[in-house]
Design a protein around this ligand. Structure first.
Ligand SMILES: CC(C)(COP(=O)(O)OP(=O)(O)OC[C@H]1O[C@@H](n2cnc3c(N)ncnc32)[C@H](O)[C@@H]1OP(=O)(O)O)[C@@H](O)C(=O)NCCC(=O)NCCS
Length: 143
């Protein structure tokens, strides 16, 4: 069956209101991340992935730095478990592959490690706290 959503890569300039709505719902409202920690200067230069439902609602997003660092992967709660997060990651991994990135990495929330294991990311280093949430760096070598 065709997936009931589309994923595209967008700039912050083009996607800002939709990207902000998703991250506000997931990180600020649901996970309690302080607003001043959620938004930073990197959004303007990152490549963003944005998933839209077939009727045009923004449902998931994420961002990737030019050095292959992936972050802010977020799917609205009602859309979880439908492979939207997977599609966001695949969009970034395809881009990274097409642009000869040697590796990508993510600062994964510890609770989400199994999600990243599915793409063969491996843990690096120790668990650390960010915005009050335990995280661990995970790495995926592409070459
Ligand atoms: C983590 C998140 C991005 C996953 O997105 P999703 O669209 O629900 O994931 P998918 O449907 O693509 O899941 C694919 C697989 O990963 C597993 N998975 C997804 N999220 C998981 C989690 N938090 N813990 C363990 N496994 C998870 C699913 O069970 C599924 O495996 P299965 O097919 O064997 O059942 C999403 O749950 C989310 O936005 N969570 C809140 C924000 C967050 O924690 N972001 C991660 C920051 S590092």
């Amino acid at each position: 069956m065709t997936q009931p959503f589309t994923v595209s890569l967008v700039s912050w300039h083009d996607g800002e209101p939709l990207l902000k709505a998703i991250r506000t719902a997931v990180f600020i409202k649901e996970q309690g991340v302080p607003e001043d920690m959620e938004w930073d200067e990197h959004d303007a230069t990152c490549r963003h992935a944005l998933a839209l439902s077939l009727n045009g609602d923004a449902i998931a997003c994420g961002r990737m730095f030019s050095n292959g660092h992936i972050g802010r992967i977020s799917v609205l709660s009602e859309w979880r478990g439908k492979m939207v997060g997977t599609a966001i990651m695949e969009a970034f991994l395809n881009y990274a592959d097409a642009h000869d990135y040697p590796q990508v990495d993510v600062d994964a929330q510890v609770q989400a490690k199994p999600f990243y294991h599915r793409f063969d990311f491996v843990e690096r280093g120790e668990v650390f706290m960010d915005a009050g949430i335990p995280h661990i760096k995970m790495l995926l070598k592409l070459k």
